[in-house]
Design a protein around this ligand. Structure first.
Ligand SMILES: Nc1ncnc2c1ncn2[C@@H]1O[C@H](COP(=O)(O)OP(=O)(O)OP(=O)(O)O)[C@@H](O)[C@H]1O
Length: 307
């Protein structure tokens, strides 16, 4: 069964969004299965935050719809009661203490868990008696993350949740997301500029560029479709291999040639073996390397698109 055939927890269908006269999102389609962690990447101004604001019903799209658990999100209090959202900027009342904010959450979210809240306050080492105005930017982000988890969400939407966090807390947050998904089958959509970080936790990745989805696939597919072979021959690089249609790129350093192969690794390996290589091995590629080659084929410079 293909992943698209599985039941979607988050579904964005043919969504267009204008801000002023500008079309910011252009026919966006996204499909996230239950228990999946979906990473959204794209350069500054690509439309990630705008897309997320449509997803959580802050913005209303001009065309298309957002379905969560099969229901339209528009003015849907039931769905929103299990929807955790961490925005790119935290808007808490500065003169409120943390535990006073918690009272609002308890009233608004029927599945709020005190046990989860206490456990997470300890993990992040936050003091409930502290006023918001005395929290650092990173502490406010930690608070937003812990509140969104304490509502016991079915779906968690995170807009660059680790930006501004120190490396130790960043890792804590990533571990927390993975634990949350494995314990409660929560569905997560997370935007980030850090592809290395998304690679650690996501099973699907979508790339948005100038308001359009350029690519959406599972990490497993991406990694199995594009591979790198390292090879050396006694003499020159054989001409008959160069013309293989599955080769995206050949880089040569001294006697070692690194060949990036798309789709059909076996046919390239067979062709290499016929030329008696003195070295032949396959190497795993990072997602960043894969995107550089894949997007290059589509005519995009990936280094302009991400990071
Ligand atoms: N309120 C607004 N009115 C008009 N245009 C806006 C508004 N908010 C954002 N935009 C424009 O929408 C586009 C997408 O912005 P958005 O914040 O969604 O990008 P992003 O991918 O989240 O960027 P970043 O990585 O910098 O956070 C940008 O061109 C931005 O200038």
């Amino acid at each position: 069964m293909k992943w698209r055939d599985l039941i979607a927890m988050i579904e964005i269908k043919d969504l267009n969004k204008y801000l002023g006269k500008d079309k910011i999102l252009d026919d966006i389609n996204i499909h996230v299965n239950k228990g999946s962690i979906y990473g959204l990447i794209g350069p500054n101004g690509a439309g990630k935050t705008t897309l997320i604001k449509n997803l959580v019903d802050i913005y209303k799209p001009e065309k298309g719809e957002v379905l969560i658990s099969g229901e339209n999100i528009k003015d849907n209090a039931k769905i929103k009661s299990r929807l955790g959202y961490v925005s790119d900027y935290q808007y808490f009342y500065p003169s409120f203490k943390i535990h006073e904010i918690v009272e609002f959450y308890k009233d608004a979210y029927p599945f709020w868990s005190d046990e989860r809240y206490i456990q997470l306050m300890k993990l992040f080492k936050l003091d409930g008696n502290k006023k918001i105005k005395y929290l650092s930017k990173g502490m406010k982000t930690q608070l937003a993350i812990l509140l969104s988890l304490s509502i016991m969400p079915n779906v968690l939407i995170l807009d660059e949740p680790t930006s501004g966090l120190d490396p130790v807390v960043k890792q804590k947050v990533l571990n927390l997301i993975v634990d949350e998904v494995s314990a409660n089958e929560t569905t997560v959509l997370i935007s980030s500029h850090n592809l290395g970080q998304l690679e650690q936790i996501c099973d699907h990745i979508g790339i948005i560029h100038e308001g359009k989805m350029l690519l959406e696939d599972s990490v497993e597919n991406l990694k199995s479709n594009v591979r790198k072979i390292q090879v050396a021959f006694k003499g020159e690089f054989p001409e008959e291999i160069k013309s293989n249609e599955h080769i995206l790129k050949i880089e040569t350093i001294g006697k070692i040639h690194q060949i990036v192969v798309k789709d059909n690794l076996e046919t390239v390996i067979d062709a290499i073996k016929k030329c008696n290589p003195i070295l032949l091995e396959t190497i795993d590629m990072s997602l960043e390397e894969i995107f550089i080659y894949k997007m290059g084929v589509e005519g995009y410079d990936f280094t302009d698109i991400a990071i």
